[in-house]
Design a protein around this ligand. Sequence first.
Ligand code: FAD
Ligand code: DHB
Length: 389
Amino acid sequence: MRTQVVIIGGGPSGLLLGQLLHRKGIDTVVLERKTREYVLGRIRAGVLEVGFVNLMREAGVAERMDRESYIHDGTVISYGDMQFGVNFQKLTGNHVVVYGQTEVTRDLYDARAASGAKIVFNTEHVEIHGADSTAPYVTYQLDGTEHRIDCDYVAGCDGFHGISRQTIPLTVRREYEKVYPFGWLGILSETPPVNDELIYAGSDRGFALCSMRNANLSRYYIQCSLSDHAEDWTDAAFWQELKRRIPAEAAERLVTGPSIEKSIAPLRSFVCEPMRWGRLFLCGDAAHIVPPTGAKGLNTAASDIHYLYHALVQVYETGETEGIDRYSEKALARVWKTQRFSWWMTTLLHRFPHQSEFDLKIQHAEVEFLRDSRDAQTVLAQNYVGLPY
Ligand code: FAD
Ligand code: DHB
């Protein structure tokens, strides 16, 4: 079989790229290791940049998102007894949008099904061959049978644990990593959100985040130990711990209820360079991971997709290779800025195991500076709503 672009990974990156290319008449095949239900069961991102929303519009899949998402003009930061708002709209003229990754992925799956473009689930042993040649191909197994797809280009959208990144030889690939000594325990509950805006809270018991999906679906996170297991945390223990970390009035009005999902995510900063090797392009979590504090993971995947989409359209429409030649450089320039922001917000609001009294005083001073400085808040707001592509 032959296609123009093989996309490895049917997460949001791969599906969005597939849909954008489909609208330009470029043929793709998506290979996904899991089932659609499994991918949709992963509760992850909730905050989208306007740049992401615009890409969904360009892909023709924003109708439900435009109807059901929520615009957030600002956020609340709390730290001990300090509490203040950061108004993105006033500081940057821009906002973010609350719409779950699950819904984004569902809309993209529906669009792909409607377009008739090929997607293969449950693929095993996916391998990329000849990425540094002019005739790459991808092999995989399905129900024990080997298949081969010849193509022009391969998009590695297969997440942090995928095979695409590993295909780039170690003599070419350089990886940068920082692992944080804690995780996030997250729950989803069918309760009204505690606040209209998200609350990012630093406290002497660790970080907490109050987020939401809709008027009756809340998402909350607390910093936890890496040795914790989600199943050992009862709902009651979670709610009690959350209340101790957020502002007292918020704790008082918090509506609790049974969790419908509970999971722990480790925190990591990671970048792979380069993001292109021959005819293979890495996108999203396959190339980089951020700690979730700045809500940048999915949004940074979207900027990769923006660059790769335009590069591929350019080469197919004009034969010009400038876009694909500069893909890695352009994507990485933005990736490193979102790395910096995510690292900074994580450092600002979490408790670290060996923090000294001095470190805590510095952290406190930094939050105070943010509270009192419009300039500092503008820097946060510019990064949070998303840097330009
Ligand atoms: P993935 O979603 O990991 O998709 C990759 C796909 O490839 C998967 O479906 C996988 O099954 C498939 N795959 C893997 N290996 C293979 C293989 N060998 N063959 C075929 N298929 C394969 N980001 C934000 O922007 N905002 C937020 O608010 C936010 N909150 C988050 C909260 C949490 C708790 C977590 C964990 C993450 C959060 N993120 C957030 C990050 C965001 O979820 C990820 O950045 C996003 O999922 C990346 O999408 P992706 O398509 O690149 O990778
Ligand atoms: C959510 C996750 C984040 O990492 C974040 O910074 C904001 C919101 C969420 O799941 O709603």
